[in-house]
Write a new protein. Sequence first.
Lengths: 166, 310
Amino acid sequence: MNCKQVKKIICEYLGGCLPDSLRKEVELHLVQCSECSAELNSVEDMVSCLRSLSHRSPIDCWPGIRERIQTQQTRWFWPRIAEILLRPAVAAPAFVVMLLLALFLLWPINVNEPPSRRSDPGLDYSRLITVHSRTQQPQVFADPDVILVSAELANSRAVANTDQDR
Amino acid sequence: MVGLRLITTFLAAIFVPGAVLAASAIDVLERAEEAPRRVSYRGFKTATVYLKGCPTTAILKVVHLKPDKTRTEYFTPALLAGVVVIENGSELWRYNPQANEWEPIHVRLINRQFYSGDQHIRTISKNYDVRLIGTDSVAGRPAYVIQAIPKYQGESVHRLWIDREFFLIMGTQIEKPNGSVVSSSRFTELQLNPDDISSAIFKPGGHVKSVPNAESVNLQPMKPSYIPKGYRLVGISHLIADRCRSLHMKFSNGMNTISLFQHRSDGKTNCRRAEKTTSGILTWQRSGMQFTLIGDLPRAELQKIADSVR
């Protein structure tokens, strides 16, 4: 048996777990090899040192461990969420959904509304009526004076009706 | 053989005069279209409008200096008494007697290519059956009477009285398809090519409202996807009046016209915001814009056009 083989099973030797034949071979090697003998002494010292430490039950220390785990979890919750959201597989669809939602909310929904019909006599239509009746040929066959008179009368009648309603 | 000749002669007697008269009517219209650019005139005129069967007559004085200067003064009805409208090329002024001031309206035509005289006549021929139906006398002058019967349902019948010598339009009449008169106009006095018309009367003669320099309107125009059959876009112009910049689109079927005005209603301009619906005028707001539609069309048609503006 060589040094390498002895070091490999030295813990089992100390614990008395080796069969007799193997134990005898180890003991024979230890007598001949000072280095392995020193290694054995070192391991023996360490084991006796560990045995001298105060004993604590795993049950006693568990609440402390649990508390520390919870603290860690709380501390890392939001960064963890952020990390998940920033993954491309999550972020890209989320961005598209958000964009569609924004478009839906911000789109001028009154585009398709029918024209409103509230009457307001305040607006002076004379300017528009004048332009309608006078500019941009061709309308040589539609008398501009008739157009102007007609539109002004219609406008004034609407104003008068609104006044009566009030 | 004799029978065939008789039938041919009979058919020719029926159809050829109609075709000749139709061709003549178009010739007269073509010359009438040119007349204001060739003839100066001064006269008094009446314009009668029937609203729900009730007539209102406007009396006005018109002075025209060829090719493009016109001054119109309204004496009646009370609504328009004292109002003066001056056209001088692309400049337009309207005198408001209540405020005793002239309002200038800058009209800048964006695209002239929409319109040419030939196109106009073609549009009329396409939408109306135009006939020379006889002669008459207006303001003591002989006139052709042209009738334009619409080819599309719902449009009005137009009748024109056109001077036989100078081809100036001296009278108009519009009738509904059921025969009731919608409006008419007629010169009561007329001087053709007088030599004492001063160009000074085609400028405002008093206080003129100040307006900013003409700037581009910078509007993304919205257009109607629906316009009544036979109508087409004949012009787009920018209007600047009273610090309000508008875009004006005009549609015509050759005889009747529809105007669509649009401007921003953001409160920064001086364009007053309102909504109105009356016969011939429809106003609404949409997407931060104020729209006004003016045209001698049934309410339902105006509404349909308005609904299609995008």
